[in-house]
Design a protein around this ligand. Structure first.
Ligand code: ADP
Length: 415
C-alpha cells in the first residue's frame, strides 16, 4: 500500500509517501518513495519536495491555507514530472496517516478517522490549543480532497504514554482537578520513543517485554521516557509539552509560582508569559542568542561565549537528572538511547550528558561516539559499560505509515 503521511503544524505541512504493508513491515522492507515540507503556509509558502534518491526541488507558491498546501502536495505527487514510482493518480494513494499531537485519555492507540472520532479530537482542543487545530485542518482537508473511499488514520503523540501508571501521570494537586478536568501528565513524542524502542529491540534481539530502557529525544523539543517491559512507564513532558527537559525555546521544569511573580513584576498577562515559556525560553532564553544547538556549540567553542556555555550546561545537566530519576524508577534499565536532531548528531552533547555517570554503569566510548553521526545507528558505550548507550535516528513517519496499514487491516499495535 502507498501511504501518505501528513504532519500539519500551525504554519507548515510535512509529508512522506511510504510504500508499506504487513509482509513488508515483517521483513523491514518498507520504502520511502517521496517526501517534502511546505513552510509559511498562509502567504508565499516555501516548498521543498524530493523523490527518493533524487535532488531536492525548492519552489515558492502563494498558498492560502492547509487545504491549499495539501492540494499542492497531491497535485505534485500525481504529476508526470514528479515520477514517483507506482503513483500516477490519486487512486494510487491507498490510505493517509495523520500525526495528531493530543489524543487525551480517549485515544490509547491509532484509530481510523470517522465523524465521531474527529468530534472527539475536536473535544481535545482545549488540551492542545497550539497543536490539535492544525492537525484537524489537515485531516479535514485530506478527507475533502481524497474523498471517503480512502481510509485515514490518526496516530497520536500521546498514545504510547497511555500505559503510564497513576504514580507517573498524576500531579500531586487536589485529586478532583484530575477528575473534573483530566489534569494529568499525558506526555508527547510518543511515536518517536516507541519507534526507537522498537529499533533497539531489533538491534539487541530482545523481546518487547524485556525492553527496559531510557530514551532521550533531543531535538527542538526534547523529552525523556522510561520504558519498562516495553511500555512507557514515565515521561518528562507533562500536561503540555512545556514540562521536563530544557528545549530549544521551552524551559522545561520550573516552579509554577514564577508565573504569578513575572505577571506582577513585568506586567505581563498569563497568556504572554505562556508564550514566553514556549517560544523565548530554553536554550534561546538562557543564551540570548539562538535555539540552535549547532550555533551554541560554535559560540561556546570559538568565542568562549559564557551564556552559550551556560545554556548547554543547563541543557545537559537537566538530561542527566532525568537519567538518574528514571534509573531509580526502572530499577534495572539496560540502555540509554539518544535520538532527535541533537541526540542523533551531536557526539559532544551525548558525551556531556553521560559524563560522570560511570558510577551508574554508564560510560561512553569517545571514538565510537564521535563517529556515530549523520543518520548512523549503533552502540556508543564503552567496553564494560553496564548500560549500553545507543544512537538511533528516529523515524516517526515510518511508524505512522505502519500504524496506518495495521489500523486499516485491523491488526493494530500499541508498541
Ligand atoms: P525538531 O524537534 O524540530 O524535529 P530536530 O530533531 O531536527 O528538530 O532537531 C533540531 C536540533 O538539532 C537543533 O537544535 C539543531 O541545532 C540540532 N542539531 C542538528 N544537527 C546537529 C549537530 N550536528 N550538532 C549539534 N546539534 C545539531
Amino acid at each position: 500500500m502507498n501511504i501518505l503521511v501528513l504532519n500539519c503544524g500551525s504554519s507548515s505541512v510535512k509529508f512522506q509517501i511510504i510504500e508499506t504493508d504487513i509482509p513488508l513491515i515483517e521483513k523491514d522492507k518498507d520504502r520511502r518513495l517521496a517526501g517534502g515540507l511546505i513552510e509559511r503556509v498562509v502567504g508565499q509558502a516555501l516548498i521543498t519536495l524530493q523523490v527518493e534518491g533524487g535532488a531536492k526541488i525548492r519552489e515558492t507558491a502563494p498558498l492560502r491555507d492547509h487545504r491549499a498546501a495539501i492540494d499542492y502536495i497531491l497535485k505534485w505527487i500525481t504529476s508526470p514530472e514528479s515520477k514517483i514510482s507506482n503513483i500516477t493518480t490519486l487512486s494510487d494513494i491507498h490510505a493517509v496517516g495523520h500525526r495528531v499531537v493530543h489524543g487525551g485519555e480517549r485515544f490509547t492507540m491509532s484509530v481510523l478517522l470517522d465523524g465521531p472520532v474527529i468530534e472527539q479530537i475536536e473535544d481535545s482542543i482545549d488540551l492542545a490549543p497550539l497543536h490539535n487545530p492544525a492537525n484537524l485542518k489537515g485531516i479535514n482537508a485530506a478527507r475533502e480532497l481524497l474523498g471517503p473511499a480512502i481510509p485515514q488514520v490518526a496516530v497520536f503523540d500521546t498514545a504510547f504514554h497511555s500505559t503510564m501508571p497513576e504514580t507517573s501521570y498524576l500531579y500531586a494537586i487536589p485529586y478532583q482537578l484530575y477528575r473534573r478536568h483530566r489534569i494529568r501528565r499525558y506526555g508527547f513524542h510518543g511515536t518517536s520513543h516507541r519507534y526507537v524502542a522498537y529499533r533497539y529491540r531489533q538491534l539487541s534481539h530482545i523481546k518487547q517485554e524485556e525492553t527496559n530502557i531510557i530514551t532521550l529525544h533531543l531535538g527542538n523539543g526534547c523529552s525523556a521516557c522510561a520504558i519498562k517491559n516495553g511500555f512507557s512507564y514515565d515521561t518528562s513532558m507533562g500536561f503540555t509539552p512545556l514540562e521536563g527537559l530544557v528545549m530549544g525555546t521551552r524551559g522545561g521544569d520550573m516552579d509554577p509560582s514564577i508565573i504569578d511573580f513575572i505577571r506582577h513584576k513585568e506586567g505581563m498577562s498569563v497568556r504572554e508569559i505562556e508564550t514566553m515559556l514556549n517560544k523565548q525560553s530554553g536554550l534561546l532564553g538562557i543564551s540570548g542568542l539562538t535555539n540552535d544547538m549547532r550555533e551554541l556549540l560554535a559560540e561556546e567553542q570559538e568565542k568562549q561565549d559564557r551564556r552559550a556555555k551556560l545554556a548547554i550546561d543547563i541543557f545537559c545537566n537537566r538530561a542527566k537528572k532525568y537519567i538518574g530519576a528514571y534509573m531509580a524508577e526502572l530499577g534495572c534499565a539496560e540502555a540509554i538511547v539518544f535520538t532527535g536532531g541533537i541526540g542523533e548528531n551531536s557526539a559532544i552533547i551525548r558525551e556531556r550528558i553521560c559524563e560522570g555517570l560511570s558510577c551508574m554503569g554508564i560510560s561512553i566510548d569517545k571514538k565510537k561516539n564521535s563517529e556515530m553521526i549523520a543518520g548512523m545507528e549503533g552502540e556508543v558505550s564503552a567496553e564494560g559499560s553496564r548500560l549500553k548507550v545507543f544512537v538511533i535516528p528516529t523515524n516517526e513517519e515510518l511508524l505512522i505509515a505502519r500504524d496506518t496499514v495495521r489500523t486499516v487491516k485491523n491488526v493494530p499495535r500499541r508498541w
